[in-house]
Structure formats: structure tokens, C-alpha cells
Design a protein around this ligand. Structure first.
Ligand code: ZN
Ligand code: ZN
Length: 411
């Protein structure tokens, strides 16, 4: 028997270093995880450098790497992928950016980088799309709201570059600096000029918008400007289906991960209540995965709350959320013909509150897989498993081999 379908469960930033709050165990070691441990006992384990040893991955570059799209070749910046994730149709050559609605005070200094965590910006975004005109630059714009105060912007036009500075001062109490080209290339200079014009026009529209007047009357911070960063040119992505012969879906709360999935041709399945935090609608996401697995060959399932707990340095919350994940994924154990792959995209150690290059644990369980003596899923024991230490670029080839979809190399 061979598994036919694949579930790739990426528990974002789950792996860690020894945490003093947990008696020097990692959150994975400290958590009670009967389901993950059973997967480890019935599968083959290892540890994985998702990009390469010593490289601290971003979530974007690591997900690309795990899907078999080497980031050195396919990654330009976060902006274009974020734009795809908000639903903008990015064609190769378009320039994409990540944006925040933000608040300026009377002196033009940033007083709130998230505009009071404004949540529904649809009307503001529509007014900007209707009102901003960059035709003098020969540029068509697409602008869409994301979650909360977030949005994404895309430029389409000839002779545009992406090597430009950001207007995000990163701190309150500072005026947003104008965009400038970071090279002498006229294409970058054109983009910088167009961005300055975009923000000027958007600020005029936002200043008179009824939604902002209403927020001010209720004592809430109005969204008076847009901070823009992460610019990059959209690349051309060979489609997942053509590469591996597998149809697929992605289920993730993060716009960025959905953007990556969509860029490579995975179907994006939105789930009500998926927040990217430990309060996420886990059972709703699991239901969505179960339903996608009926129709698709491959499902990428990202759970983000573990990474957030790591960034907050909260080892106990990370441990507790791991236990919640463990019980939520129980239904996957009883699906026939399913190859279950569990790993992280990078470590997010609570001690450093950021991503590290420490390798992540990996387990693959399914019919025909050669099991090893590893009986628990964590950073330390998985290192003794049959997969040893692999790089992220090897993951899809290993998966394809285990479902008998790998092409023979040679005679
Ligand atoms: Zn991540
Ligand atoms: Zn992170």
C-alpha cells in the first residue's frame, strides 16, 4: 500500500530552544501531545534546515523553499506575495507593496502606525481606488484592504522598479520620510515619484472621508495616511500542479502564506474565524482541511499561533497552544491513504523572540513509510530519526517518492 494524498501541516515557528520557564525543555517537549507522538511513532522522523544550515528563514522564504521553489530564485520581496494574498491578480512584472493605514498628528508626525487598529477599511480603500490617479506616470493601480489595518498596493506599468525606500518611520512621533530610489536606475526613480504622488492623493481623500470623521467623533484614531513597505517585482511561478502532478489547496490565516499558495497555483480556502493567533478557529480549519482532502491531492495547512507566542516570548502559551493543536488534528489519523507530514517553517525561540536558524523537527507518516525508533515529536528526539538532517529543498522530492510520484533519474 502507498499513500496517495498528502497533508503538509506546517506549525509555524513551533520549534524552539530550551526555555527556563519550562524547566529548560522546549515547548514541544513540555507539551502533552499524544497525537503528534503517535504520528512520530508510526512515521519516520528527522530534523530539517528549511532553507540551509545557519540561514534564519522568514515565513515567506521558508514556505517557498518547502514547496520546492528555491527562494534565491523565486523570492523578490514580501510585498508582491502579500498583494496576491489580499486577492490582487499579480502578473509577472507588476510591483507589489505591503501597506498599513496609519494616523498622523496635526504636525504630520505618525501618532499611531496602525490607525487605532482600525478593522474595516473597505470604504476607505474603495475611495482611494476611485480617487487616486497615476496616469501621468502611465501606472494603473490596484489597492486592496487586508486584515485589520493592513492593505496591499500594486502598480502595473512600463519601466517600473522596486528598489525604493519605505515611508514607514517604524516609530511614532516621526514624520514619514518621502520615498526615494535606492539606485540611479530611472525605473526605481519613477516608482518612488509615483509612490509619493499616491500617498499625497490618498491623504487628501482620507482627510475628508466620513468614516474618519465618524471615528474622530467617537474618540478613535482616524486613518489619515498609508505607510508602504516591502516593495518587489512579481516573479513568474511555475505551477505546483505542473511540477508535481498534484492538485492542491492552502489553508492559512496569514495573507502572506495564502499569497504564496495562490502564486504557485494552490486553491486558497478561507476559513471564518482563522486569526493567526492562539484564539484561532482551529476546528474550522481542520474541517476545511478534511473537506479539501476529499477533492485535492495535496493540502498545505499552516497554523500560525505558535509563531506569535514565540515572538511574544511566552513559552507557556506556546506549550498550551501546541496541546490544543495536538487534540484538534486527531481526525487526520484515521484518513486512509493519507501521507501526513508535520514540520515547522523555522524555529521561533521564546528566548530571542524572533526566528532562528535552528533546524525544525519533521515527521512523515503514511502507508509504506519505513518507521524508526523515534516515539515523540520534538526537536531533540526527531534528530535520532531515519530522515536524519535534510534541507527544505528535499522535502517535496521525499514526499513525491513516498507516494510513488517521483520520476526515475537514469535508466
Ligand atoms: Zn513562520
Ligand atoms: Zn514569525
Amino acid at each position: 500500500m502507498t499513500a496517495e494524498k498528502v497533508l503538509l501541516l506546517i506549525i509555524d515557528g513551533v520549534s524552539d530552544r530550551p526555555c527556563p520557564d519550562l524547566g529548560n525543555l522546549t515547548p514541544l517537549q513540555a507539551a502533552h501531545t499524544p497525537v503528534l507522538d503517535r504520528i512520530a511513532a508510526e512515521g519516520v522522523c528527522g530534523i530539517m534546515d528549511t532553507i540551509a544550515p545557519g540561514i534564519r528563514p522568514g515565513s515567506d522564504t521558508s514556505h517557498l523553499s518547502l514547496l520546492g521553489y528555491p527562494p534565491r530564485e523565486f523570492y523578490t520581496a514580501r510585498g508582491p506575495l502579500e498583494a496576491v494574498g489580499t486577492g490582487i491578480r499579480m502578473e509577472p512584472g507588476m510591483i507589489g507593496f505591503r501597506c498599513n493605514y496609519a494616523t498622523l498628528d496635526a504636525a504630520g508626525k505618525v501618532s499611531d502606525r496602525r490607525a487605532g487598529r482600525i478593522s474595516d477599511t473597505t470604504d476607505l480603500t474603495r475611495a482611494i481606488v476611485d480617487g487616486v490617479d497615476l496616469s501621468e506616470f502611465g501606472i494603473g493601480i490596484q489597492f486592496r484592504s487586508g486584515a485589520g489595518h493592513r492593505a496591499a498596493l500594486a502598480f502595473r506599468g512600463d519601466g517600473l522598479g522596486s528598489d525604493v525606500s519605505s515611508n514607514d518611520p517604524k516609530h511614532d512621533g516621526v514624520s514619514p520620510p518621502p520615498f526615494r530610489a535606492l539606485s540611479n536606475n530611472p525605473a526605481d526613480q519613477k516608482t518612488a515619484l509615483a509612490l509619493n504622488s499616491f500617498v499625497r492623493q490618498a491623504e487628501q481623500i482620507l482627510a475628508g472621508h466620513p468614516l474618519n470623521r465618524d471615528r474622530q467623533s467617537r474618540g478613535l484614531a482616524p486613518a489619515t495616511t498609508i505607510l508602504i513597505r516591502g516593495g518587489g517585482e512579481m516573479g513568474a511561478f511555475p505551477q505546483f500542479k505542473e511540477r508535481y502532478g498534484l492538485s492542491g489547496s492552502v489553508i492559512a490565516a496569514a495573507t502572506l502564506i495564502n499569497g504564496i499558495g495562490s502564486s504557485v497555483g494552490l486553491r486558497v480556502v478561507p476559513v471564518e474565524g482563522a486569526t493567526g493567533s492562539s484564539n484561532t478557529n482551529l476546528s474550522g480549519k481542520v474541517e476545511a482541511v478534511l473537506s479539501e482532502l476529499k477533492a485535492q491531492d495535496f493540502v498545505l495547512f499552516n497554523i500560525k499561533g505558535t509563531d506569535e507566542a514565540g515572538h511574544d516570548g511566552d513559552a507557556l502559551r506556546k506549550r498550551d497552544f501546541i496541546e490544543k493543536i495536538d487534540s484538534a488534528i486527531t481526525p487526520f489519523l484515521s484518513i486512509d491513504g493519507l501521507l501526513i507530514v508535520v514540520c515547522a517553517d523555522h524555529s521561533t525561540p521564546c528566548s530571542i523572540r524572533d526566528h532562528s536558524a535552528d533546524p525544525v523537527p519533521l515527521v512523515i507518516r503514511g502507508d509504506g513509510v519505513r518507521t524508526d525508533p523515534v516515539r515523540s515529536f520534538d526537536e531533540i528526539t526527531c534528530a535520532q530519526g531515519g530522515l536524519n538532517r535534510v534541507t527544505g529543498s528535499a522535502l517535496m522530492p521525499i514526499i513525491c517518492d513516498m507516494i510513488n510520484r517521483a520520476e526515475k533519474y537514469g535508466a
